[in-house]
Design a protein around this ligand. Sequence first.
Ligand code: UT7
Length: 331
Amino acid sequence: MATNYYTGIRSVILSTGSYLPNKVLTNKDLEAMVDTTDEWIFQRSGIRERCIAGDDETTGNMAIAAAKKALEAAGLTGSDIDGVIVATTTPDRTFPAVAVKVQAALDIPVGIAFDVQAVCTGFVYAMSVADNFIRLGQAKRVLVIGAEKMSSILNWEDRGTCVLFGDGAGAIIMEADESGDGSIADRGIHSTHLYANGQQRDLLYTDGGPSTTGKAGCIVMQGREVFKYAVQYMADVVEEALEENNITSADVDWLVPHQANIRIIEATAKKLGLSMDKVIVTVEKHGNTSAASIPLALDEAVQDGRIKKSDLLLIEGMGGGLTWGSALVRF
Ligand code: UT7
């Protein structure tokens, strides 16, 4: 599904923020836990270490911490926000949504607040949903968060999955902006493309849930199959974003991909003809933080000065469902 028509309003990203737990689990640490090696993990995935949340670092608490940073960066308070959307697969409770916890903690007034579940593509879905609210005039400023405690749904005896994931949260504030002229020079979101193929839902899933086992369950993945589709879908969805906006990859300042595997990221960059120094990569330090990975990468590159105001960003993600999608954004 594509969204790229101009209503006179664009959703501009005002600011970013993030939170990572202090505890770092290295590949060396994992060598003592399962039959694996630092060399295998790094060569196959590009991961060296990941952050692991403590008991108090729930998805909701990490989301709140990231959101506070984004508010501070924009010079705003909770009262300036009229919507909260949290992308997560690992909510504090089955219900209510993590978004209402964030809303309450930050004194955000009564308005929309809900979670989006599209696994690793969740943040792209959440951005797209927020963009639609904003472009249709239903919201002015939306807090969009990707937050995950993936460590809580890992089988720590399955070396095929437990070495890949990490915890954390990232947030952005999206604001309605009517100053553009409808051209690609406008700041804000220019297009989003979202997809899901439910026929592929058994390639990556948890072996539990409220209405089946009554427990959250653990991640089960057919890694090689998911890898194959990830490379194909990412290549297709970024090409589609460029075509739809009548631009080429030379116009893109930064590729901000979901951080699952460096080999998938490199394949997408290669397909686009983009050198890796135009790609934001955090997978080495964060592992795969599912819906949190894109806003974490975005915030890191904003904080260190790589991503600047008016840079053109091509954002893409892919995950369980299978789901995948992209967003083209002038920052
Ligand atoms: O974010 C959502 C989307 N998720 C992804 O995009 C993940 C996509 N998949 C991948 O990133 C990769 O498939 C993995 C990193 C998960 C695995 O890499 P691979 O090159 O596809 O390896 P493989 O699954 O084909 O496994 C190769 C071998 C197997 O042994 P045999 O059957 O060849 O004897 C595995 O049992 O590596 C073995 N293996 C391990 N060895 C050491 C699997 N996990 C480990 C491990 N340490 N942790």
